[in-house]
Design a protein around this ligand. Structure first.
Ligand SMILES: *Cc1c(COP(=O)(O)O)cnc(C)c1O
Length: 412
């Protein structure tokens, strides 16, 4: 095996051509937006665009009911509110996620409790979830990280045994299948984001699915996204009995969403293929572990997170990351810098300034070591971007770059 001189030491970089790019928005979106404007209203309840967007989404997911929101964060908050999560309840979730997973929990004055992760799928470990269940536990907020499904059979089994609500955070996992069924349809609610960095974008926006198929649950969910006003049967009831935010989606976002959904299968198909190609291409390399797809699952790769096994290499994760960068392969050490509970909000327990509420209800604290596997994943992983617009050549050069650096630094 020939060892090539790394670009970081003056060798020639593997990748010299720019990565493929493409237009996410085109005439399809423009046509829909123009039609929205011509309605002379941009209010979801009076116009047809948000309604059409949801109808198209429901058709893809084979659902009867879903609700549009102003963001993915809002979708999760709405699901929690509709599920009845309230002051002092505990919600078990993942320590490796976007802050948007946690915001709704804290605005309901409920308490996030973190379960540890599987070391290779990076999703919540059912054994750890079960070990975190206590008297106040009301829900499991499952994060399907980076397009890879969580172990839903075991999670749903735990939820049934302990009578817990299940909310799925699918912000990174469009068209992610688990045992032949899309994630977002297993729990009580599935939450999606259409912010500008997800598989599809409406600028900002989100969707909550109502999986019971019950009209009463749909009404509760719909109302929680709209100040708890009930806009049904031609009537509006403003006689509210508890607090809910205004998280409405506008017709402009709905219009863009209609056109974006038409591209969803292509986008997810490209990403799935590229993710699988990288995994096949780096198989068996020293010092590298590809992400493991959950058994029975299929990933639509919102990003690609591989692990560096430092004991098999003569370099650190950070040195590997820098060498790969110099080969022309952009990457980042880890996904988020630290487990979310290491943020000052959790360390100082200040969801609300000048207060320790709701943490002081139970006196919970969040210390380093709380989820050791999650911490190790963040300490040893390398993040690679995946785009549906990358070319086959981009993907083979990414593989060649990883291969070159791994072989150079292998510990023999
Ligand atoms: C993006 C994201 C969110 C939040 O979505 P926004 O639309 O940005 O509010 C929540 N959870 C996860 C896992 C995400 O990736």
């Amino acid at each position: 095996m020939s060892i090539e001189k790394l670009a970081i030491f003056g060798g020639s970089p593997v990748k010299t051509m720019p990565f493929g790019t493409g237009k996410r928005f085109g005439e399809e979106e423009a046509k829909e937006v123009l039609e929205a404007l011509e309605q002379n209203t941009l209010f979801y309840h009076f116009g047809s665009k948000v309604k059409q967007f949801l109808a198209d989404f429901n058709a893809i997911y084979n659902l009867q009911y879903s609700v549009a929101t102003s963001s993915g964060t809002a979708a999760i908050h709405v699901a929690l509110g509709a599920a009845g999560i309230t002051v002092g309840d505990e919600v078990i979730t993942s320590p490796v996620t976007d802050q948007g997973t946690l915001i709704g929990i804290l605005y309901q004055n409920a308490i996030p409790v973190f379960a540890d992760l599987d070391p290779h799928t990076y999703n919540m470990d059912p054994i750890s979830i079960e070990s975190r269940i206590a008297g106040r536990t009301k829900a499991i907020l499952v994060v399907h990280l980076a397009g890879n499904p969580a172990d839903m059979d075991r999670i749903m089994d735990i939820a049934r045994r302990y009578k817990l609500k299940v909310i799925e955070d699918c912000a990174q996992s469009y068209l992610t299948a688990y045992k032949g069924r899309y994630v977002g349809t297993f729990g009580d609610y599935g939450c999606f984001s259409t912010n500008d960095f997800k598989h599809i974008s409406t600028g900002d926006g989100g969707i909550v699915t109502v999986n019971s198929g019950e009209q009463a649950d749909y009404y509760t969910t719909h109302a929680f996204a709209d100040k708890n006003y009930h806009r049904f049967g031609g009537m509006v009831s403003r006689d509210i009995s508890s607090l809910a935010p205004n998280y409405r989606m506008t017709e402009l976002q709905g219009a863009v969403g209609i056109a974006q959904l038409k591209k969803l299968h292509w986008i997810c198909g490209q990403r799935e293929r590229y993710g699988e190609t990288i995994t096949a291409g780096i198989q068996g390399l020293p010092g590298i572990a590809a992400p493991k797809i959950t058994e029975g699952g299929k990933s639509t790769y919102w990003f690609y997170l591989m692990l560096i096994k430092e004991e098999e290499l003569t370099c650190t994760r950070d040195a590997f990351s820098q060498a790969l960068e110099k080969e022309g392969i952009p990457n980042a050490p880890g996904y988020i810098a630290e487990a979310v509970y290491m943020n000052r909000l959790f360390q100082h327990r200040t969801a609300y300034s000048g207060s320790h509420f709701p943490f002081d209800i139970t006196g919970i604290t969040y210390s380093e070591g709380l989820c050791p596997v999650a911490e190790e994943i963040l300490r040893t992983s390398i993040y690679l971007n995946i785009s549906e617009f990358y070319t086959e050549q981009d993907i083979s050069e990414m593989i060649a770059g990883i291969r070159k650096v791994a072989l150079y630094y292998q510990n023999i």
